[in-house]
Design a protein around this ligand. Structure first.
Ligand code: SF4
Length: 182
């Protein structure tokens, strides 16, 4: 909770670690906490988290059975007036935080890892992984764990226009549907 391995701890409210049962079969990795997560101390409770919850609900998957975390445990942002705008963690920050994600993976020992977005996917699959090309396809990690990636739910929310947003939503749900056969 008092980690200072990179500069992100300073402006943030606190660390946001993963949550979920210790015996979860599925571990979900996002990018980093957002504004709501930073203030509440819980992962995936902001707009992206709510969209993720909706997708799980549509598929009949209980979120309480998943362990949900982020690749980076502090919120990185820039101030714009009263707003705190999300900024992506850089490679050094991701590297510094990597040991916490490794710790969570070692503790939970999931059967399946789901990566939401490019930062999560590169942390799990390596720098050559491309979500745009490889999303929604099963991969096998070095230790035999099965894993797949899809977009971060914020990418669905960022789409302009109802049609594009709906298409992105359907593709997101279709990727997560891989969990139904796992
Ligand atoms: S982002 Fe990660 S490595 Fe950096 S201070 Fe926070 S917990 Fe530590």
């Amino acid at each position: 909770m008092g980690c200072k391995r990179c500069p992100l701890w300073k402006p943030a409210t606190g660390t946001v670690f993963g949550e979920g049962p210790a015996n979860a079969r599925v571990l979900v990795v996002g990018e980093q906490p957002g504004d709501a997560e930073d203030l509440s101390g819980h992962p995936f409770v902001g707009p992206s988290g709510k969209l993720f919850d909706r997708a799980l609900e549509e598929l009949g998957i209980e979120r309480s059975r998943l362990y949900v975390t982020n690749a980076v445990k502090h919120f990185k942002f820039e101030r714009r007036g009263k707003a705190r705008l999300h900024k992506s963690p850089n490679a050094g920050e991701q590297r510094a935080c990597r040991l916490w994600l490794e710790g969570e993976l070692a503790r939970i020992r999931p059967d399946i890892v789901v990566c939401l977005g490019a930062i999560a996917a590169r942390n799990i699959f390596g720098p050559a992984f491309r979500v745009t090309r490889q999303r929604g396809t099963w991969q096998t990690l070095a230790d035999g764990t099965r894993a797949f990636a899809t977009v971060h739910p914020s990418a669905v929310l960022r789409q302009r226009g109802d049609e594009a947003r709906h298409a992105a939503w359907r593709a997101f749900v279709a990727d997560l549907a891989l969990l139904l056969d796992a």
